[in-house]
Design a protein. Sequence first.
Length: 309
Amino acid sequence: LKAFDYSSPWKGQQQMYKLDIGWPKIPEYFTGQTFCVAVDSAHGLVYVGQRGDNVPKVLVFSEEGYFLYSWNNTVEMPHGIFVLNTETDSSVWITDVGTGKYGHTVKQYSPSGKLMQILGTPGSAGSSLIPLQFDQPAEIFVEESGDIYVVDGDGGMNNRLLKLSNDYKEIWLTGTNGTGIGQFKIPHSVTLDPFGRVWVADRDNKRIQVFDKVTGEWLGCWSSCFSEDGPYSVRFTANYKYLIVAQLNINRLAVLVAPPVGSIGNCVMVNAVQLADETKPHLVDVDMKSGAVYVAEIGAQQVQKYVPL
């Protein structure tokens, strides 16, 4: 497959997604800047993290778009959000990039907002020398086994990808600040595929880098799709055939072909969802049952839902 060509084979193609204009039912519940969204597809819930003074930091909606409840405790500036479902319970993980007494942490909450676990030193920006000392950690992905992947680097001091065991010990850590192989400039989003690979949106290097989840070894990199704007978010579609990538500065969701087992190869863009100007899509999540894509837009200050056609 050749690298994506901007004479654009997809211009005349069928769109793959359409906006669900009925989601949410009452958009007025968004009262701050919506930075992140996470889907609990097992329970039909959508969690939204927003920032602002005197606004609830976490809003919970049904997948139909009804507002259910909100909570606020110990969340300062949410950046990334992730829902983990195990056989026994579910929990909500939030990366907090605040600089006050709760910031620079990765926190686990119950679905109702009860704080269960804090990783990092609240209120204290870390150095890259200490694994569990974060500097504005951008996003987290947790496997059902409890293994945790953190991209730590929204603040710029740390630029790294960290794997922790379910008892929060370092398994491996990779990355320093730079443009070389396995280095990062603002690693911003992280996800896993079923083939044992970790995908990282290396935002300011305008590329996606891929690592082996067991060893942390570098497996490859995509950059040709991101000449216009770096990737802000990486998520797989429900069938793992495609990657959905948000590009904030050009207000676009790119749909890229996900490579099967084997070589990462070059990226191929098969479709794009062009959002309105100044929408600024920051992070996305995908409902792994319905395939719906939820987009947290800090410019529009809303979350939008796109459904597969």
